[in-house]
Each structure stands twice: as C-alpha cells, then as structure tokens.
Ligand binder design. Structure first.
Ligand SMILES: Cc1cc2nc3c(=O)[nH]c(=O)nc-3n(C[C@H](O)[C@H](O)[C@H](O)COP(=O)(O)O)c2cc1C
Length: 405
C-alpha cells in the first residue's frame, strides 16, 4: 500500500492502488480507489491549542515558554538552545548498537520505504523507519478490497505485497545508505528458512540498520499456525535469525494470544535485541449487503486508536518480564499516547495508522516530547520510562494477562 498523493498535512488522500474491485460489482460504484482515512484520526492544526490546553509544537521549533499560551510561536534563541540540549537519544539494541536520535519511529506498512514521504515530511528527523514487510520472493498481496475504516481505526489485509528482498535491496539500499535516519527492514516469511534467508541477504547491506521480524505470519510447515502465537515457534524463528545475522534484531509481538508474556520471554532468551509490541488485532468487517465478509481475505488487522488500550496492556505486561528494550506500537496519535507508552515501560514508540491522516505527526511528536521534557525540567526523556509500572522490583504483575473481566 503506497500513498501516491499527499495534498496537505491536514488532509492526505491515500490511493490504495489495490482497492479496485470488479467492474460489475455493486461495490465498484461505491468504493472509490481514493479514500480519506480520517474519521478515527483527526488531522491536527499545528497552530491551535487542543482542548486539553497543551499547545502543539511547530515542526522544527518549539515554544516552551509559551506553554498554555493560545498560539505556538517561534522559540527564542535561548529556548532553542535549551531544547537542543534535551537528550532524546536512545539505543534500542544496546548489545549491538542501534542508536536513534529520538524515540519516535514509524511503523511498518504505514510509511512505505520512506522515500514515498520525502516531499511532505523531513524523514531524516524521524527516530527510525520500519519499512514495509519484506519477503524472500515478491508477493502480489491479498485480493481486494484490502482496507476499510472502522470506528477508531482501520482494518487492513494487504497480504504483505512487496517486490521481494533482492529488489528492495537493489532499489532502496543505495538511497538508505545516504540517509541519517536508520532504516529497519521488516521481515516476513512462511517458514524459518524464509526468514533466515531474508536476514542473510540483508546482513551487511549498507543502509540497513536492523531487522524487525514480523512473526504474525502463518508457518506453512506447521499447518499455518502463526509463529507469533506459539512460544516454541517464536523462539525457534528468533534463534535461527539471530544465528544468521549480526544486525540488531527486533521481534514484533502479536496481540492475538491469551498471554503474551511467555512468548516475549522466549523471544528474549532466543537472542532478540528488542521487542516491538504490538502488531494488529485480528478483525472482520461485513459487506454492506451482509452476504459475505467485506475484505477480500475475509479477515483483517485492526489498527489505530481503538487498539491503544490493548497495546498499553501488553507493553505493561511484557515490561515486567523482559529486560531488553520495548518499542511500543498501537494507536499513537498524540504526545499523551507517547507518554502513556513510556510510562508503561516502552523506551520508544512507533506511529502507524495515524500517519495516513497526518504524515508529519512522527516528526512533531519528537518536538513535542522535547518541549515536554524542558517543561518538566528534565535533561532527558528517560525518567519518563516505566513510571506506571508496579513499584515492587522483580515482582511480576498479578493483574496482567490473568485479569480478564
Ligand atoms: C496498512 C497497514 C499495513 C501494515 N503492514 C505491516 C507489515 O508489513 N508488517 C508488520 O509487521 N506490520 C504491519 N502493519 C502493522 C503496523 O506496523 C502496526 O503494528 C499496527 O498498525 C499498529 O499500530 P497503529 O495502531 O499505530 O497503526 C501494518 C499496518 C497497516 C495499517
């Protein structure tokens, strides 16, 4: 899914090239190829104070002294210097080193390969780019329709459409090599051998800073059981990729399990450098005439603000059982969301679905986090991490996954 046209930061029209449906289908009259993804995520006006009172910070600037004032103004030189001194750097793979200039990343599948947004966003100011899911061979993806809006989010079943790892390396490697922003390649596969081979090919490619394993994929050898929902399979695929590459290795959890903690622990034991949480929740939409499932692939992945409480719960649980860094993902649309995830133990966050409505959001969140630190008198954002976790050190949550109202 590649956004073709960005009209303005406030209203971005996304062309889902894959959304065309059969000419004779009734839905072809009603499902446009160009859609607005904006009901769940309201594009922000950077120059207005939101209802909560905290002013938005203009990209490239801040106005800490004016917090609470009606409008954002250009910071003075002294304010600028104070903001620049705030340390937002974070190493999300401390064993191998994957140092980011700030903890706001963009999530796989929502920012293409980074190049697509070059004209609307200063991509070099993003903490890191997780590119589209990449497989060993090219994949055409799932039958259309592939996306639909839902209250508070969207459902997608893109089906990992991508040109294959060799084409990705050839086309984007030379571009990424010249970038300051680290690019983390999101890797998917149908077997452990698939994952391993993709990792091998990426290993040592200039411009590839790390690998994020999307293990929410069916393991064809195990009857289609997803790696992410089976502790042993998650452990095995992580260990095999770990042996195949020295690149920083991030592994992405699925929320579609009863208790994610044993899976997260297995991934850590298998040698992952960091955990990303979460991927989309399994969902379904029904066709307007109610004769079938709406999406061509029947099921879709739910994302956007609707999933934030689930993501928060999982980050909260996982933070209490692993010691490697956690990168949070799920429904981030504002600085408050970032602060919530940090408080629950994440060291960084990824912005996904919200980018479709507001491509500059990831950059602006970095600026807003910087301003928030200055407002609180912090030299770094690190004291904001883990503040909401239970205070008993070493004691796992008693109200984690077993708490099912
Ligand atoms: C259109 C779309 C495509 C996605 N493709 C991938 C993918 O290829 N690999 C992956 O690991 N996650 C993929 N995701 C999941 C996101 O990276 C992210 O985990 C999820 O959307 C939750 O974050 P959000 O609520 O901020 O969107 C995709 C999400 C969307 C909306």
């Amino acid at each position: 899914m590649t956004p073709k046209k960005a009209k303005s930061p406030k209203q971005v029209l996304i062309r889902f090239g894959d959304m065309r449906v059969g000419k004779n289908s009734d839905r072809s009259k009603r499902t446009p190829t160009v859609r607005k993804i904006k009901s769940a995520i309201v594009p922000v006006d950077r120059f207005k104070v939101p209802a909560g009172g905290r002013p938005r910070v203009e990209t490239g600037g801040a106005a800490v002294a004016n917090l609470g004032a009606p409008n954002v103004v250009t910071p003075t030189l002294a304010e600028r210097a104070a903001l620049d001194r705030i340390d937002l750097t974070v190493d999300i793979a401390p064993e191998r080193g994957l140092l980011l200039t700030n903890p706001i990343l963009v999530a796989s599948g929502t920012f293409g390969y980074g190049v697509e947004y070059g004209e609307v966003v200063d991509v070099q100011r993003i903490g890191a780019i997780c590119c589209k899911g990449t497989t060993l061979k090219p994949r055409a993806g799932n039958p259309p329709p592939r996306v639909t809006e839902t209250p508070g989010g969207m459902l997608n079943s893109i089906g990992l459409q991508n040109p294959g790892v060799d084409a990705v390396i050839d086309k984007y490697g030379p571009i990424w090599r010249g970038w300051k922003v680290p690019v983390i390649v999101n890797v998917a596969g149908e077997s452990i051998d698939d994952y391993v081979e993709v990792a091998r090919r990426l290993d040592g490619v200039p411009g590839v800073a790390g690998i994020e394993l999307n293990i929410s994929c069916p393991n064809v050898g195990k009857g289609g059981l997803q790696f992410a929902i089976d502790r042993d399979a998650a452990r095995a695929v992580t260990a095999a990729v770990r042996r195949a590459t020295d690149l920083p290795l991030l592994v992405k959890l699925s929320p579609n399990v009863a208790d994610v903690r044993p899976i997260a622990k297995a991934i850590e034991e298998a040698g992952a450098d960091a955990i990303c949480a979460i991927n989309t929740l399994s969902g379904l939409a029904v066709s307007p005439d109610r004769t079938r499932a709406l999406l061509g692939n029947t099921y879709g992945g739910l994302s956007g603000p609707a999933i934030k409480p689930v993501a928060l719960r999982i980050v909260y649980e996982v933070a209490q059982v692993v010691s490697i860094p956690i990168v949070a993902i799920g429904g981030v649309t504002s600085l408050d969301d970032v602060l919530d995830f940090l408080a629950c133990g994440a060291v960084a966050v990824q912005v996904g679905t919200a980018i479709f409505a507001d491509p500059e959001l990831p950059v602006r969140l970095g600026d807003e986090l910087r301003a928030e630190c200055l407002r609180r008198g912090l030299a770094s954002y690190k004291p904001l991490i883990g503040t909401a976790l239970p205070k008993r050190t070493g004691a796992p949550s008693a109200k984690g996954a077993e708490y099912r109202p």
